[in-house]
Design a protein around this ligand. Structure first.
Ligand SMILES: NC(=O)c1ccc[n+]([C@@H]2O[C@H](COP(=O)([O-])OP(=O)(O)OC[C@H]3O[C@@H](n4cnc5c(N)ncnc54)[C@H](OP(=O)(O)O)[C@@H]3O)[C@@H](O)[C@H]2O)c1
Length: 438
């Protein structure tokens, strides 16, 4: 039976938008077979129609006003791949209100305005899909919502920022320092000219907010998450990690503790033999533990035109199949039909328990180590290993301490006291250790 095409409006024709167009063109027949109807892009909104795009597209498809797409009664699906938050939010709410299904790759939009956008989609009973927002081409959100649906999620560890993973992999493999490696990442196009959003952990935090909201069916404001980036790590820290049998990764971590949820992004020491430690370069991986299924891991390309567009087209297919079946909102965006999705009770970072790596920068004088260990001891922190570089007396040297399990509140109090010692020449670096990371 020949069906009428599903009409799509594409808002944005940059890295991701162009990829979506290419897949829909190249796989037109294949997708029609898989969906049961062809998919047709009816309009494409961009900022500047005159820009050279390096790809053949009928010029009549372009518009500089996305409201044309909103007003078009034939367009059933809007694909938002323009980025940003304010305009994207206006577009998303207007699309849903107009009864159009929404596919977006915009993690910032959902992490910051998800409650409002999801609420509007529920009220309008339209689909809202956003697989590409986390992990690029890795279908982690669908896996959490559907594949793992039988389970309570006990923990989730994610390498979800390719820029940071590239920098840390290079520093670990080549012993290069942070600034030089960041520069190299920028030259290779793996880091933005203004890299703060990635290297300070905020991109990963936006993704974690989305992962937690689906894993636990809650709303999570990004500002409730504990977020720490990778700027302070040195080649020395990566070398020490190896000495202790670890690698350092920027991880997005979620764990459920009864009603409370741990949700945090920070550099983490993980066993060198773990699967996540083997994830190198710009790749992403998310390891999930469910109470019945046990542990599983998804690995792949976390960004880029092809992988991200692949996830977006996957969402378009889901929506198109629903349209043909005459249904919508069968899998709610957070995987819950609950009337009210509750706010997440996020555990404060001070209650975290685990081993810690502490790097002190101190003047090399007799008795310094004794002073440090005595303050740690008074705060109930016991030491499992110490490493100190030999140097001439009177010079500033790193002293590294690996602790047994301790309460973060105690560790912070001890470090604050140690940092006030006259011999200390830099703020102490603290890295959390996750010994059970897969
Ligand atoms: N790039 C990735 O690997 C990746 C991975 C995962 C998720 N994402 C997400 O996907 C989204 C798009 O990213 P991208 O890398 O494709 O961005 P991009 O290359 O900067 O492209 C943005 C596109 O949006 C258009 N645009 C911007 N404002 C507009 C407006 N007001 N009206 C109409 N069009 C507008 C731009 O038009 P002009 O071309 O005329 O300037 C451009 O075509 C973002 O939310 C991003 O976070 C990207």
């Amino acid at each position: 039976m020949k069906r009428v095409p599903i009409k799509v409006g594409l808002v944005g024709f940059g890295t991701v938008g162009r990829g979506v167009y290419e897949i829909l063109e190249r796989h037109r027949a294949l997708l029609a077979q898989r969906i049961g109807a062809p998919v047709e892009i009816k309009k494409i909104a961009v900022r500047d129609k005159s820009k050279r795009r390096g790809i053949k597209v009928p010029t009549g498809l372009f518009t500089e006003d996305y409201r044309e797409i909103l007003r078009d009664p034939e367009i059933q699906v809007i694909v938002e791949v323009m980025g940003g938050t304010q305009e994207a939010k206006t577009l998303a709410l207007a699309a849903v209100k107009a009864g159009k299904h929404l596919v977006t790759a915009n993690k910032a939009l959902l992490a910051l305005h998800g409650r409002e956008v999801f609420g509007a989609a529920k009220a309008a009973q339209v689909d809202i899909c956003f697989e590409a927002a986390v992990g690029g081409g890795i279908p982690i959100l669908r896996a959490l919502r559907e594949g793992f649906v039988a389970n309570r999620i006990l923990s989730l560890f994610g390498i979800v920022n390719g820029t940071c993973n590239f920098i840390l992999s290079e520093m670990s493999e080549k012993g290069a320092d942070f600034q030089a490696t960041l520069k190299r990442a920028q030259e290779l196009g793996y880091a933005e000219a203004d890299p703060g959003f990635d290297i300070d952990g905020w991109d990963a935090a936006h993704k974690l907010a989305i992962l937690v909201s689906i894993a636990y069916g809650v709303h999570v404001p990004v500002d409730k998450l504990f977020v720490e980036g990778i700027r302070r790590l040195s080649a020395f820290d990566l070398e020490c990690a190896k000495r202790f049998g670890f690698e350092i990764k920027l991880l997005a971590i979620a764990k459920s503790q009864g009603a409370k949820i741990q949700a945090r992004v920070h550099p983490t020491m993980i066993p060198a033999a773990s699967m996540l430690a083997a994830v190198r370069g710009v790749h992403n991986a998310i390891s999930v533990e469910g109470d019945f299924v046990g542990e599983g891991m998804l690995y792949g390309a976390g960004a880029g035109s092809g992988p991200t567009a692949s996830a977006v087209v996957g969402d378009i297919v889901e929506v198109a199949r629903n349209i043909i079946a005459g249904i919508a909102y069968t899998v709610p965006p957070l995987g819950l039909y609950a009337d009210k999705v509750r706010d997440a009770a996020i555990e404060p970072i001070g209650s975290l328990k685990g081993p810690y790596y502490l790097r002190f920068q101190a003047l090399d004088r007799p008795g310094v180590l004794a002073k440090i260990t005595s303050i740690l001891g008074r705060h109930r922190i016991s030491i499992s290993s110490v490493y100190q570089n030999l140097a001439e007396e009177g010079r500033v040297v790193p002293i590294v301490v690996l602790t047994h399990e301790a309460l973060e509140r105690d560790v912070r109090a001890a470090v604050a006291k140690i940092d006030r010692l006259e011999v200390m020449k830099e703020k102490t670096l603290l890295i959390r250790v996750e010994e059970n990371c897969r």
